[in-house]
Design a protein around this ligand. Structure first.
Ligand SMILES: [Zn+2]
Length: 335
């Protein structure tokens, strides 16, 4: 990690970062990297466009920079599209890039899952873009090369064609926001998730709330339930689960999220109850007891009352390159 920072520092010193008014760029670097003045013109451009169109990684030593939902990644590498116990899905998205430690983790997890759970292989969804950063579509996180989506569908016993990988649908594991589909989500899935949570480098795993409830229920009475703390309920995870690795030791630009520390040690109590309430769900209607509310008053003394105007939701302006950690400017323009 140290060498990576040195390397970033070298580029910064070479004038590829606005923050440093360093010496003039070296001649060979000048040939392939836009000078600082060019980077300055990009600062107010939407970061998702700048990073979403990158086709290749920044050839710098590996370094996750910033936070999972506000950062980028130097030195990402691609996971092979087909491995001994995995296949990459949706390859046309070009999101099969990650920090070498993420790729090493996926190799190990796929191998262990096959051996210990009898899981034929992983279907791997989105990791990061070649240089990480915000994406043009989907995902608030996955920006620093330490997040991986893994389908809850087991890999078939053959190599899928590119067309199949880009079109086959994942299997929905839930009936609704409160219930899993017991025909689809089985004890094997539970063992796969427990295995994923067992690695020290994994900091949290996101699953749909009823999946967390299922894991809590089946492990009730078991003396070792600490692993459940890592399993975090979050909507949108009913086809896949999301594994997040902690910041590596010595990665000075990586902003660690900290380990989940639910008060009850597992998150099976209050935290899960929150996800079973209406609060986190936009489409959830709170059922009130008692008589129905009276209709709104339209007139007062025969005079029409002003009607509340529907709130117009103005989307926030897109996040710009300037919003990302400044080292991401170097990652963006590095060869
Ligand atoms: Zn994800």
């Amino acid at each position: 990690m140290c060498s990576a920072r040195n390397s970033l520092a070298a580029l910064i010193a070479a004038g590829f970062l606005l923050a440093a008014a360093g010496p003039a760029p070296a001649a060979e670097a000048r040939a392939s990297v836009p000078p600082a003045a060019d980077v300055r013109t990009l600062l107010n451009k939407p970061a998702k466009k700048l990073f979403g169109h990158q086709k290749t990684p920044a050839h710098l030593p590996p370094e996750p920079i910033g936070f999972y939902s506000r950062g980028c990644a130097a030195g990402n590498v691609a996971i092979p599209l087909t491995g001994p116990a995995w296949q990459v899905m949706r390859p046309h998205r070009n999101r099969y890039w990650g920090q070498p430690r993420l790729i090493a983790f996926l190799r190990k997890f796929a191998r262990d899952a096959k051996r210990k759970v009898g899981w034929r292989g992983l279907l791997i969804g989105d990791l990061s873009q070649p240089r990480g950063g915000p994406m043009l579509t989907g995902h608030a996180s996955h920006q620093i090369g330490l997040d991986a989506d893994i389908w809850l569908t087991e890999m078939p016993g053959r190599v899928l064609t590119t067309k199949e990988r880009n079109t086959i649908s994942a299997t929905l594991m839930t009936l609704d926001r409160k219930r899993i589909n017991p025909q689809r989500f089985t004890m094997r899935h539970a063992r796969l998730l427990k295995l994923a949570a067992s690695y020290g480098e994994v900091q949290r795993i996101f699953v749909h709330p009823p999946i967390k409830k299922f894991l809590c229920d089946i492990s009730r009475g078991n003396p070792d339930r600490r692993w459940l703390a890592k399993i975090r309920p979050l909507y949108g995870h009913n086809y896949h689960f999301h594994v997040r690795l902690r910041c590596p030791k010595g990665a000075g630009y990586c902003k660690d999220q900290g380990d989940p520390k639910p008060a009850d040690g597992t998150g099976c109590g209050k935290h899960l109850a929150y996800w079973y309430s209406c609060k986190p769900w936009r489409s959830c209607k709170i059922v009130r007891k008692g008589p129905p509310a009276p209709p709104p008053k339209l007139f007062h003394d025969g005079i029409p009352l002003p009607r509340p105007r529907p709130r117009r939701l103005v989307p926030p302006p897109p996040k710009t390159l300037a919003w990302l950690p400044k080292q991401c400017r170097t990652v963006l323009v590095a060869p």
